[in-house]
Design a protein around this ligand. Structure first.
Ligand code: ATP
Length: 366
């Protein structure tokens, strides 16, 4: 099992602009995969580059396996090659003039591992990434997905304490991306790697991460298990960025433990989950996932609405529904689109999937 990463109050201020990383703290325990997720420019790559030693932080501290590798206040900045890291990036960092085996054995040769042991480890890691049959091929005769497997094999063959991955799947076509995404978790777990993974793709984050940290404007907004991030988002931005793209507004008029009654105007009232501090009388914004809105529902929290558009996508259909003068998206699985455009219908909003946040007067969306 490999080591642990600790990032404490990390700051990075470039010569220009606002802080790229603004007080980020988290830990990656041994054997865990932590994913930093966020939109372009949120600071996730800069955080990863600070861990790699490719950027000099302007504040805070980073330690790997108990050893401080960056701490500007004490003048500590350990060089990247002395950090015992593996790195996998977007571009396939493989040596084109070498075979798969030569690529993968290189870091072991470089570290003085004897031939027999090196050959054994290369065979083991090639089997792990599913490239045993390709060992003697020049890497130029491989697909993009296979090249990325070579890059991965080369980064884990010497068993670094920590593996850093920066959008490693983003250059692959959609189908390969899904396959390698699923394989990647299995490979990292089988190798017992401790990993920090950066992506803007929420689906990737959920499949790969033991924990996900959602970043925005240089800040870590929430760090939690995929289940926590998906079912108890810390704020409207996290909810929105992880797919709760619908929003309603209202005023909280009563509290009842974990739930509250929201007045949507014109006497229409419904129940919502109160995941965070919200007081009676507060203006609230509600986040809802398209898949949690039921068209044609009945029972509690059911309101009259109208279907204004539908987009058939083969195995699912996305509907636009107009509710309280707002456009919401609702998603239904199945190969048949059941509701016609223009119909007046009821929609139900299960209160467990309807999260109320105090309206702070700023945008939840980018
Ligand atoms: P992306 O997914 O687009 O790579 P990101 O979330 O990884 O985005 P960063 O690359 O970490 O974001 O950038 C964070 C902020 O720091 C951005 O506002 C970016 O413009 C800024 N930044 C990054 N590198 C530099 C640099 N060398 N000089 C000045 N500003 C920089």
């Amino acid at each position: 099992m490999s080591g642990t990463l600790e990032v404490s109050d990390l700051h990075k201020q470039f010569a220009i602009g606002r802080p790229a990383v603004d007080g980020v703290s988290f830990a990656v325990p041994a054997g865990e995969i932590v994913v930093l997720l966020g939109p372009s420019g949120c600071g996730k790559t800069t955080t990863l580059r600070c861990v790699a030693g490719l950027e000099h932080p302007t504040g805070g501290a980073i330690s790997i396996a108990g050893k401080v590798v960056s701490q500007p206040s004490r003048g500590i900045q350990v060089a990247p090659r002395q950090r015992d890291l593996g790195m996998v990036f977007q571009s396939y960092a493989v040596w084109p003039h070498m075979t798969v085996r030569q690529n993968v054995v290189y870091p072991l040769k470089h570290r003085g591992v004897n031939r027999t042991e090196a050959a054994r480890r290369v065979d083991e890691v090639l089997a792990l990434v599913g490239l045993s049959e390709y060992a003697e091929r020049p890497v130029t005769a491989l697909s993009g997905g296979q090249m990325q497997r070579v890059a991965l094999a080369r980064s884990i063959v010497y068993r670094p304490k920590l593996l850093l991955l920066d959008e490693p799947l983003s250059n692959l076509d959609a189908k390969l991306r899904l396959r390698l995404r699923d394989d990647l978790r299995r490979i990292l777990k089988a190798a017992g790697m401790t990993a920090l993974y950066v992506t803007h793709d929420q689906a990737e984050a959920v499949v790969l991460g033991d924990r996900i940290g959602v970043m925005r404007d240089g800040k870590l907004l929430q760090m939690g298990s995929p289940d926590e991030i998906y079912n108890r988002p810390a704020d409207l931005f996290v909810a929105n960025f992880t797919g709760a793209t619908n929003e309603l507004t209202g005023t909280l008029v009563a509290r009842n433990g974990a739930f509250g009654t929201v007045d949507f105007g014109d006497g229409r009232r419904g129940e919502a989950s109160l995941l965070h501090e919200v007081g009676v009388g507060d203006k609230v914004r509600l986040a809802l996932r398209p898949e949690n809105i039921r068209i044609g529902g009945n029972g509690a929290n059911t309101f009259a609405a109208r279907v204004t558009d539908r987009r058939y996508q083969g195995t699912q259909t996305v509907y636009d529904v107009e509710l309280f003068g707002r456009r919401l998206e609702a998603l239904e699985l199945g190969t048949a689109a059941r509701h016609e455009v223009g119909v007046e219908t009821m929609v139900s909003l299960p209160r467990e999937g309807c999260w109320a946040y105090r309206d702070e007067g700023k945008g939840g969306e980018e």
